[in-house]
Design a protein. Structure first.
Length: 156
């Protein structure tokens, strides 16, 4: 029987095939140096968001384009610094733009993929509303993963 809350072996194979070209890139692996929430690195956070967005898409039959979904999820927080040390209280508002600029510099992105990265913090970034199924999924998956990471830290 199919598990609702995690990918089956075949689904995980599909996910890995899409994630590997980006997640295996040495520039992306730089995010392992930075903490996102609790003790989770930004790299691990982005992987969790990609996994969760892919899972939601499959379970809810949303029909999002999986290649773009996984790619933009992996790059959605590609801002490349530790936001705890940078001391900028507006990080939440402007990091999607920084992540998008970095991602666009280092990888080939479509306009739709750029929009997915820019809108992932909505409704905090009021003007950047997700405009695609993929964008909504990333925004939702990001909130689920962030809450889980913060809760895990508080309960540990
Ligand atoms: Fe973010
Ligand atoms: Fe995030």
């Amino acid at each position: 029987m199919k598990k609702v809350h995690r990918l089956s072996e075949n689904e995980f194979r599909d996910f890995t095939r899409l994630a590997k070209p980006i997640a295996g890139d040495s520039r992306l692996k730089c995010m392992r140096k930075y903490i996102q929430h609790g003790d989770k690195s930004t790299y691990d956070h982005c992987l969790s968001v990609a996994y969760t967005a892919f899972l939601l898409n499959r379970r809810l039959h949303i029909g999002a384009g999986e290649e773009s979904l996984v790619k933009a999820s992996l790059l959605h927080d590609y801002f490349l610094y530790d936001w705890h040390n940078k001391g900028d209280r507006l990080h939440g508002y402007h990091h999607p733009r920084i992540a998008c600029e970095n991602a666009q510099r280092d990888f080939d992105l479509t306009e739709k993929e750029k929009a997915m990265i820019l809108s992932h913090m909505w409704p905090l970034t009021l003007m950047h509303i997700p405009t695609s199924r993929e964008g909504w999924l990333i925004s939702m998956a990001d909130k689920i993963c962030s809450c889980r990471e913060i809760m895990q830290r508080r309960l540990s």
